[in-house]
Design a protein. Structure first.
Length: 295
């Protein structure tokens, strides 16, 4: 049963419906579609989202192995499992392992679909280090992404989800958290940092989600240069979190890639190279030394 704050229970059914619509928009998180409103239609959609299960075309592949964090002291991958988390109201984006231009990659194809390809992995705050990743987006001349010029954002994102104190949530975020539990079976993360490529915003800009300030984009690529080539990045997770949220990060819970499309945009396509976490080994070594010194 959905539990709502007492003050909300006295509000109208219309307000609840509006809040649910807001949550669906929030979970879509910075959609690639243009900002102009589109006409509603009566085609059936998937109202519920959430984790659908293993990403069978990605888990256990060479890409998954290169993306797997290593267990400290062993040098072995912690897990090669990836999963699909579907945005409420949409079918799943297709993610599959490929070799592209001699690289291990995941091909994402979205056609009025939206889902996140996610790897659950906990990194304590003191151990947060750097993240390396890459993506490649074909332009319209390639025959893909024919509506690219109409988008605010290029259809590639890397999403980091963090733990935190949900008692600090505003009333609105508390409500959205409860609705997230209702629609997806999961609480929304305390904070989600989204690395994005924007066609309209400048590199370095921070853009809060329209529905919740607990999801914020950091623009790391801007404009229409760089299509049809691999774009590689190395990010300091702690520094980026401080810049975007203005506070120290909690534990990292998962990292993911996210490509989404709308019905009026046609198929959208992109490749993702492996995502590689480089933890703060000095913190890990210090923790191991403390553990070893205990009687």
């Amino acid at each position: 049963m959905l539990m709502l704050p007492t003050s909300f229970k006295n509000r109208s059914t219309l307000a609840l419906a509006a809040a649910i619509v807001a949550l669906v928009s929030m979970l879509a998180s910075c959609a690639t579609r243009p900002s102009a409103a589109t006409e509603a239609d009566d085609e059936p959609t998937q109202s519920r989202g959430g984790t659908l299960g293993p990403a069978v075309d990605v888990s256990g592949t060479a890409w998954a192995e290169q993306s797997a964090p290593l267990m400290y002291g062993t040098g072995k991958p912690a897990s090669l499992d990836w999963e699909i988390f579907r945005v409420p109201g949409k079918e799943s984006t297709q993610y599959r392992y490929v070799q592209h231009e001699g690289r291990e990659a995941v091909l994402a194809v979205a056609d009025a679909t939206g889902s996140i390809l996610r790897h659950r992995h906990r990194v304590e705050p003191a151990e947060l280090g750097r993240l390396n990743f890459s993506w490649k987006v074909p332009d319209t001349a390639s025959g893909a992404n024919t509506r690219l010029a109409t988008l605010d954002d290029v259809p590639v994102r890397v999403v980091l989800a963090f733990e935190g104190d949900r008692s600090k949530f505003s009333f609105k975020n508390t409500l959205l958290n409860e609705l997230s539990r209702l629609l997806t079976g999961e609480e929304m993360p305390y904070a989600s940092l989204v690395y994005s490529w924007s066609r309209v915003n400048k590199t370095g800009e921070v853009i809060p989600n329209d529905q919740t300030d607990r999801i914020r984009k950091l623009v790391i690529e801007s404009g229409d240069q760089g299509y049809n080539q691999w774009r590689s990045y190395e990010r300091d997770i702690r520094a980026d979190y401080r810049q975007v949220f203005g506070e120290e990060p909690g534990a990292l819970l998962s990292f993911a890639v996210f490509t989404e499309g709308e019905r009026d945009l046609g198929p959208l396509q992109a490749w993702y190279g492996p995502l590689t976490l480089q933890p703060n080994r000095s913190a890990q070594g210090h923790a191991s030394a403390l553990t070893a010194s205990k009687p």
